[in-house]
Design a binder for this molecule. Structure first.
Ligand code: 1HE
Length: 263
């Protein structure tokens, strides 16, 4: 398991917590950290049913490590391309991985930090969260999937405006735009994420897998292809084992609460 100084991993029953642990650099993502994230999400620990990504310090993530990457004057376009693909692979393992991922956002959710957040399925934002894509102001471009994931969440036109104007969205605006699904007071993000993760962990594992691996992909498809894929997905999820027994126990539980007691 990729347990480095920069990525702290902790298991709490079916929920595995992954903490970005570079608070002195506002959790900016350097080479070692993106590799560790990619390795972790390639092979989550056995028994994991939900993953929570959270961060040490006051900020979720300041994005790309500008000092490490940009200061290297001899970088070639191919070096940058390969690095961007490394980010894409890591974040694809999050979005289309084995289990749902909940993120806990706070402070800066900036550039590559926003790309990381956008690859997670449920985003809990503490009230201190703010969202920025300052790449154009830094004279660079996004490279960790924002043109696909962030543009889908907030709309391509709004992302263009956000990057050109350098505007900041606060937590409440992020909630309205779908960048966050919940806003909670400062310091309460992890508790909220654990509460949600506990519920998600109780869903059927095959059902969770189908939700995270199917819906976003179907939105890339034609109506015909999407509907057929949905039927295949239903065929798998409905027969994956848990469906029949869960539906039976749903009705059994309802009957037992309705039947008058013998006393
Ligand atoms: C960093 C980084 C970083 C901080 N790379 N070292 N991202 C940005 O353009 C965001 C740049 N950072 C900020 O806007 C601010 O640092 C924060 C709002 C996140 C936090 O502010 P603050 O006042 O709490 O901290 P600070 O004093 O600015 O920074 C503390 C330290 O973190 C300092 O290092 P120190 O050695 O002087 O103590 C900073 O240099 C360091 N630090 N952010 C490296 N990003 C796949 S492509 C994605 C492209 C992008 O992500 S572009 C967006 C980059």
């Amino acid at each position: 398991m990729a347990n480095t100084e920069l990525l702290r991993i902790e298991q709490r029953g079916p929920v595995t917590l992954v903490q970005l642990n570079r608070p002195d650099k506002r959790n900016a993502i350097n080479h070692e950290l993106i590799v560790a994230l990619g390795e972790f999400f390639a092979h989550p620990p056995d028994g994991t049913r939900v993953i929570i990504v959270h961060a040490a310090g006051e900020h979720f993530c300041a994005g790309l490590d500008l000092v490490e990457k940009i200061s290297k004057a001899d970088r070639t376009p191919f070096d940058v391309l390969r690095n961007s693909q490394r980010w894409h692979r890591a974040f694809e393992r999050i979005q289309f991985g084995e289990v749902p991922v909940v993120s806990v956002l706070k402070g800066g959710v900036i550039g590559g930090g926003m790309e990381l957040a956008a690859s997670t399925h449920i985003r809990v934002a503490e009230s201190t969260s703010f969202f920025q894509l300052p790449e154009a102001q830094r004279g660079i471009f996004v490279g960790g999937g924002a043109t696909v994931r962030v543009a889908r969440i907030i709309g391509a036109g709004r992302m263009v405006e956000m990057m050109l104007s350098g505007r900041t969205y606060d937590a409440q605006a992020g909630l309205n735009l779908g960048l966050a699904h919940y806003v909670v007071p400062q310091g309460q993000g992890l508790d909220k994420a654990l509460e949600i993760a506990g519920r998600v962990a109780q869903n059927g594992a095959a059902a969770n897998f189908t939700v995270i691996n199917t819906i976003e992909r179907i939105s890339d498809m034609s109506i015909n292809d999407g509907l057929l894929t949905e039927s295949y997905a239903a065929g798998m999820a409905h027969t994956a084992g848990e469906g029949t027994s869960r539906i039976a126990s749903f009705f059994k539980d309802r009957r037992s609460t309705r039947e008058p007691s013998a006393e």
